[in-house]
Design a protein around this ligand. Structure first.
Ligand SMILES: Cc1cc2nc3c(=O)[nH]c(=O)nc-3n(C[C@H](O)[C@H](O)[C@H](O)COP(=O)(O)O)c2cc1C
Length: 365
């Protein structure tokens, strides 16, 4: 590794079209998906969450073989240890699922309490990638500096203006502002066990407040499915848009076929935040598992994620979407199952025409 500090590129150089495919852990963000997005002028992401450091590195090598364009890698910040008594109670709550799917409730695997965070970070400093983003917290200034030193652009996901301020002070190059509409986990820096997580701000309101709080570029995420919405968050001050659910439906996404189908299945009419599957508020299509266990699930992430892993896999094996974690944002009904590169082009064209129309209306009013 060179001791010379490399120059960190600007967001516009890394993501020409201002469209980011959200990192989606659990096998969704395959290298094929990230490559298709980056090749089309968006920013593709790998999701390192739940993977070992070696598993993450393997995917980076696969992605580098598929594209020479910039891409990102997303890390989970380490979480505080869970209360063992609360976990015992939830284990009892899940006993009926264990019997139904004839699957034991898993104990923690050997990922440790920190999702391999330090090993992953060390690897990314050693063999840098263009962008690294963080979920569930803010890295230290030293960690962000180490990445800046090797030319990596850093993004911290935030859900409040205060978290955005803390990320800017720590030295992040940009913040990914996640509204309450977003699919998957809410990336709050601290999970408050006293709340169900549903008190967060809607994206437009949040982007506006963050824009007035920090100077760094803002990437907006949550419920964005059409180019006109991307133009709207740009008007509110966002520099780029990050979309998860929209890319979940693409053929290159590694989401389970039942998960993809559920996005537009009228059986699943709405989404909610739940701790049922992972112990941290995450938005998914409301199903039986969520309804029956959500109210009893403790704040215990990622312990609950590992407890329910076998049950979720068993549900998928027997074709039972009612027992799977069907993560999705509020815009899920607008999903289009077109190739990811094409989706980037369509979103970009839609955003440009909405932007032009807004400008025209302004000039004629
Ligand atoms: C299936 C799924 C998995 C996700 N996994 C991650 C992840 O590993 N890391 C992360 O920072 N965000 C993750 N997210 C959240 C996204 O980064 C983003 O905030 C969200 O998808 C935006 O909302 P949308 O799905 O409505 O577009 C995930 C979202 C989904 C739908």
């Amino acid at each position: 590794m060179s001791v010379e500090t490399r120059v960190v590129p600007a967001l516009g150089e890394l993501c020409r079209r201002g469209i980011v495919a959200a990192p989606m852990a659990g096998g969704v963000s395959r290298p094929e998906l990230a490559a298709a997005v980056s090749d089309a002028g968006g920013l593709g992401f790998l999701a390192a969450g739940y993977k070992t450091a070696d598993g993450m590195y393997e995917e980076i090598k696969q992605l580098r073989a598929l594209t020479s364009k910039p891409f990102g890698v997303n890390l989970f910040m380490p979480q505080p240890a869970a209360d063992p008594a609360a976990l015992d109670l939830y284990r009892q709550q899940l006993a009926s699922e264990s019997a139904w799917y004839e699957t034991p409730i898993q104990e923690r695997d050997d990922h440790g309490t920190d999702d391999g965070y330090e090993a992953k970070l060390a690897l990314l400093v050693d063999d840098p990638v263009p962008v690294v983003s963080f979920a569930f917290g803010c890295p230290s200034r030293d960690e962000l500096d180490a990445l800046a030193h090797v030319g990596t652009y850093t993004v911290v996901t935030v859900t409040t203006p205060e978290e955005a301020q803390a990320a800017e002070w720590a030295g992040a190059d940009a913040v990914c502002v996640q509204g309450i509409e977003a699919g998957g986990h809410q990336s709050t820096h601290r999970d408050d066990p006293q709340t169900d997580g549903s008190g967060g701000l809607g994206l437009l309101s949040l982007v506006t407040q963050v824009r007035e709080t920090v100077q760094v570029p803002v990437i907006a995420a949550g419920g964005l499915m059409r180019g006109a919405q991307i133009a709207a968050v740009r008007a509110a001050g966002a520099d780029a848009a990050q979309l998860g659910t929209a890319f979940l439906a693409c053929p290159e996404s590694g989401a389970h076929a039942m998960h993809k189908n559920a996005l537009k299945n009228p059986l699943f009419v709405r989404t909610e935040l739940t701790r049922a599957f992972s112990g941290r508020p995450a938005r998914g299509l409301v199903n039986r598992f969520m309804r029956e266990h959500g109210p009893y699930a403790p704040s215990a992430y990622p312990e609950v994620h590992y407890m329910t892993a076998g049950l979720r896999q068993a549900a998928a094996r027997v074709g039972d979407a009612q027992g799977m974690a069907l993560w999705a944002g509020q815009g899920h009904r607008l999903a289009r199952d077109i190739p990811a590169g094409r989706l980037v082009q369509v979103l970009s064209a839609e955003a440009d025409s909405a932007w032009t129309e807004m400008a025209l209306r302004r000039s004629t009013s």
